[in-house]
Design a protein around this ligand. Sequence first.
Ligand SMILES: Cc1cc2nc3c(=O)[nH]c(=O)nc-3n(C[C@H](O)[C@H](O)[C@H](O)COP(=O)(O)OP(=O)(O)OC[C@H]3O[C@@H](n4cnc5c(N)ncnc54)[C@H](O)[C@@H]3O)c2cc1C
Length: 234
Amino acid sequence: MHVTFDHREVLAPNIVTFWFQPEDRIEYVPGQFTEMHLPHESADNRGQRRWFTLSSSPTEPLLGITTKFSPANGSSFKQQLFALQPRARLQLATPMGDFVLPKDPTLPLIFVAGGLGITPVRSMIKWLQDRQQTRTIHIIYAVSNANELAFLPLFKAQGLRLTTVLRHPPANYRGEVGRIHAERILQLIDRTRQPLIYLSGPESLTEELFKGLKAKGISGQQLITDYFPGYPAT
Ligand SMILES: Cc1cc2nc3c(=O)[nH]c(=O)nc-3n(C[C@H](O)[C@H](O)[C@H](O)COP(=O)(O)OP(=O)(O)OC[C@H]3O[C@@H](n4cnc5c(N)ncnc54)[C@H](O)[C@@H]3O)c2cc1C
């Protein structure tokens, strides 16, 4: 499917949502991902395509992807993306993936996001807000520094439980500090109600949390994962 670049929205230093106008109506479910093809000359060995979660909600007219730019060692793909001019036309694959909300609205949901792993969470929460649906949700959001936290106004407006975990907290910070790990997740959540636990973020972190939670007795059926290769662990 073809889309046209509309505008960018800066969320934090080096974290940007790119908004696109689809040429045709696009069906997708909040939390799904797509593949972007961005042809450019002198592409590095990481290539001209990337997977991105749609951080937008199907209730929004534009399609959004949210990503990060690494000034020191960013790929040629990201340089091309960040240089996009309005009305540039590019190609996205049909959205896919099963990192999506359960049909049963009574199930308690825990979202554990490392860094940009927050993108599918934004899509789902925005969809719930626009559909005026409330569910029992606890977001555990781990990043290195406070200025990497994105979408907080949306999460706060939705009245859910939000726990931030910072590696390098600023003075007067009241949330969790350090590295996110399975034991800490279990200390923070109420597991008696058999919540669904969604894990998303850098591949190594997500894998570690998945294995750690299983080792602590969480069943595989309660765990839903979205792995983002290409980023170091938060
Ligand atoms: C299902 C799915 C969903 C995803 N959703 C998102 C999303 O919503 N947002 C998002 O940003 N990403 C998402 N990703 C990851 C995305 O596809 C890219 O892998 C990621 O953004 C890194 O992009 P990049 O390779 O252009 O690296 P850059 O962003 O340019 O750089 C990232 C890091 O790569 C390291 N690096 C430097 N050189 C190399 C090298 N030669 N090879 C490998 N790494 C190097 C550096 O440490 C740098 O900090 C998703 C991936 C999948 C599979």
